[in-house]
Design a binder for this molecule. Structure first.
Ligand SMILES: [Zn+2]
Length: 279
């Protein structure tokens, strides 16, 4: 789930028996299964040789997610940091690579859907208590029929190249030490390509050509979907927006500053640039 699908896997995997297949679902007759118990941005796991998601009775109020390898998966949110017996709360970020990719993806769904479910207990239009729909992933108001769907915020992220160099910037708002490709949230009424152009012009003052889709990555920690692009510099010189960007510059593939970790599509874009330029 976390890796952008920029390599076509279909042909390679055609004769491989697939394991760890998640099938989303809304309702089930099952009353127990795999339990994705979350508190804030952490997941309750059994700590052994490698962390594992516990199994057990779903309990009242659990949210059914679907099946993973035919096992029902349920999500539950904890208001207090009191994980079920034998488990410990571990920040989801730290479980990357420790859980299987699919399991990590289900945990991300658990995090995103439980927070949505909890934040939409009352109708945003008339204030009546809502109920979960049995037909689709929504909560519906019994008084005015207003539905609430899980919210997803699309964001673009783009690797811009000029003469064999990549544009990397340090964000002015975070204390993160690394330099990364530019990103920003899509506005209402905007196309993805339009957002790529606007963000890069606003933050770095340049114009782009040859904007191409790269891949995408769900980012449940902020209910986002990151949509990655590559692009070429077309015109203009770098002028940083000081409210967004602390420092922006063109970097050669063999002289990169500190870049984001393997978890991110940002890093996949940077690695792809380095690969294509043979550093
Ligand atoms: Zn209502």
């Amino acid at each position: 789930m976390h890796r952008p699908a920029f390599v076509p896997h279909a042909a390679k995997d055609a004769f491989v028996l697939r394991t760890n297949v998640f099938v989303p679902g809304i309702t089930t007759t099952a009353i127990s299964g795999r339990l994705y118990v979350v508190h804030k941005q952490s997941l309750a796991v059994l700590l052994g040789d490698r962390p594992e998601v516990p199994t057990g009775p779903a309990g009242d109020g659990s949210l059914y997610l679907g099946t993973l390898d035919d096992a029902p998966c349920f999500a539950r949110v904890l208001d207090e940091p009191a994980p079920p017996g034998g488990t410990e709360l571990v920040p989801l970020r730290q479980l990357f690579g420790a859980l299987s990719d699919e399991d990590f993806g289900v945990a991300g769904r658990a995090l995103g859907l439980t927070s949505w479910d909890r934040d939409h207990r009352y109708c945003g239009r008339c204030g009546t208590a809502t109920a979960r729909s049995a037909a689709e992933r929504s909560r519906v108001c019994p008084a005015c029929a207003h539905p609430a769907y899980p919210r997803l915020s699309p964001a673009v992220i783009v690797a811009v190249e000029r003469d064999g160099k990549i544009l990397l910037a340090r964000n002015a708002r975070t204390r993160m030490p690394f330099h990364s490709v530019l990103a920003g949230f899509v506005e209402v009424g905007e196309s993805l390509e339009g957002c790529v152009r606007r963000e890069v012009t606003e933050e770095a003052g340049i114009e782009l050509a040859d904007i191409r889709y790269f891949g995408s990555q769900p980012w449940p920690l902020t209910n986002s979907l990151m949509i990655g692009f590559t692009a070429r510099w077309a015109r203009g010189e770098l002028v940083e927006d000081p409210t967004e960007i602390a420092e922006a510059a063109w970097h050669a593939p063999d002289a990169l500053p500190e870049v984001p970790g393997k978890l991110s599509i940002a890093r996949a874009l940077i690695d792809d640039f380095v690969r294509r330029h043979g550093a």
